[in-house]
Ligand binder design. Structure first.
Ligand code: BG6
Ligand code: MG
Length: 220
């Protein structure tokens, strides 16, 4: 029986996946590296430093920067990203998400947040949903391995006091779906059929995420 839902943040609850993309694209351009949306799919769910490494590799420049220089580049990306998220308000919940969160509460299901983002706490505060995730936000700095490793979702289940099989994970990233599957949870994806190939159930847009349908699929 399902007792909890573990949410990714960027691209599921709010459209920050787009802001990550824009900020990385702008940094990549300064480094003379071209990235497009197709390449960006690989960056979803991946930590800041790992994302930078993938971009540098994509431009054959992985050996051009020292560790310190890479830290500066990642900080530069984060500064631009933070300018975007500064403007986030409650109205920036993606379509259908407010209703979904309400349904989850009404059914007395538990919720946790499994985001790789160190900006996560700030974003949920601005979205005015932090009360829903009291004590159930996994700290990405505490992880030994990022997505696609299952650790972040397993920690989410632990924070909820649930067995992974009692949880559903929701993701927009390929790496995230792999992490949920490896954690032994039912995976729900939001995105294109290609990106969401490995999801146990997927919808194209957040407004199609209905708790009733999700539970029906997961408990089948
Ligand atoms: C994930 C995003 O949620 O967080 C990635 O999907 C991002 O794109 C990662 O790189 C880390 O985010 P931040 O805010 O700590 O740079
Ligand atoms: Mg995401």
């Amino acid at each position: 029986m399902i007792k909890g839902l573990i949410f990714d943040l960027d691209g599921v609850i709010t459209d920050t996946a787009e802001y990550h993309y824009l900020a990385w694209k702008s940094l990549a351009e300064k480094l003379d590296i071209e990235i497009d949306r197709e390449f960006n799919e690989q960056l979803k769910g991946i930590s800041r430093m790992e994302s930078l490494d993938l971009i540098l590799k994509h431009g054959n420049k992985e050996k051009d920067y020292t560790k310190e220089e890479k830290q500066k580049l990642a900080a530069q990306k984060n500064e631009e990203y933070q300018q975007y998220i500064e403007k986030i308000t409650h109205d920036d919940l993606l379509p259908g998400i407010e209703a979904l969160l309400k349904e989850v509460q009404e059914r007395n299901l538990k919720m946790a947040l499994a985001s790789a983002s160190k900006n996560g706490p700030k974003i949920i505060r601005q979205l005015e949903i932090e009360d829903l995730f009291k004590g159930t936000v996994v700290d990405p700095a505490s992880l030994n391995a990022g997505k696609p490793d299952p650790e972040i979702f397993l920690k989410g289940a632990e924070l909820l006091g649930l067995d992974p099989t009692e949880c559903i994970g929701l993701e927009d990233a390929e790496a995230g779906i792999e992490a949920i599957n490896a954690a032994g949870m039912f995976s729900v994806g939001v995105g294109s059929e290609t990106a969401m190939q490995k999801a146990n159930y997927f919808v194209k847009e957040t407004k199609q995420l209905k708790l009733k349908d999700i539970l029906k699929q997961a408990e089948k």
